[in-house]
Design a protein around this ligand. Sequence first.
Ligand SMILES: Cc1ncc(COP(=O)(O)O)c(C=O)c1O
Length: 397
Amino acid sequence: MDFDFDTPVDRRNTGSIKWDKYRARDVLPMWVADMDFRAPPAVLRALRERVEHGIFGYTAAPDDVVDAVVAMCAERFDWHIERDWLLWFPGLNSALTATCRAIGEDGDEALVLPPVYPPFLLAAPRSRRRNVVSPLVLDGQRWVMDFEHMQATVSARTRLLLFCNPHNPVGRVYDERELLQVAEFCERNDLVLCSDDVHCDLVLDPAARYRPLARLVPEVAARTITLLGVGKTYNLAGLHCGYAIVPDPGLRERLQAAMSGVVAYINPLSYAATRTAYRECAAWREALLDYLRGNCAAVRAAVDACPGLRITPIEATYLAWIDARALPVDDPAAFFEHAGVGLSDGRDFGFPGYLRLNFGCPRVQLDAALRRMVEAVAALRHAGARPGNGTGGETGY
Ligand SMILES: Cc1ncc(COP(=O)(O)O)c(C=O)c1O
């Protein structure tokens, strides 16, 4: 079956956060992580059917939705979860914060590994906890965790590791050896492991394989909160459908207590979308991944044509993490915005001088944005600036 990812959909006047940021300006929005594709046809059909039912009362997870999640984990990851391990969240941002509130006491610490999706850096400070920070490092072409630095960073008050796999924004799918090291690190330091795996269905590199840590290392399952949801892969972020898989009853109870009265129930449309995405949209997802692989190649070609920009291989996600420190400008995000391309500023991820580009959009839009970027960098060179004179600052922390 053919799916159309090519035809642009006009998102103006729909309240889109992504598009409204540049409402009155000729700036292509390539920032926040939602895609400019319509959701899978089967999901649209399921939503219409649910709307036709006409009643939208308070809704707990219907049995067949729980069945769909349990079956998905078993079929895709050979991970056999129990039905009552699931806690539902209206988006995973709230799950990150609730997790910080559930673990430890006021003043305790959460370990974060920037560059990382900005709410990871905000969740502990929003919860009367503190961050301790161990940046990823570049090992040749791969961003990796620095376990020695992580060990030197944690203290007796560190209770939690906020882990992201695949890692937004660097696009890594951590391999088995790395995951075993994470498990061992959490055991050694008695940390709860919150593994945000929301991008797990977006693996682009055929050589990479996503593995849920709690499945790979059953001994750490009791200290693990795994966050998943259909928001990213099926482009349903505005429906706010996420969930946590928490095998340990004590940990689950603490998380539930932290949610209580604060985190809203998720809505009946989100449940309908989740069920259908898992049950009926495998072909759509494969077609999406193919399309994204093409877009990813276009991004790489454009970055290669821009002296001063660099990227590492993107194993997963529709996000490119671009090192712009060698570009001879003071503020790379402002520079490209001025050239008509709205990117995420690495500063928000803990890494100034970097940019994140969302390539989950029709090829014509991506090509237009990349053309603007290439031309803006070429114009810089013609104006006499040389790569290497730019921000060149320290990476993050
Ligand atoms: C790693 C990660 N976690 C969570 C979220 C946000 O999830 P939600 O929209 O479900 O709150 C994102 C969004 O980009 C993300 O990249």
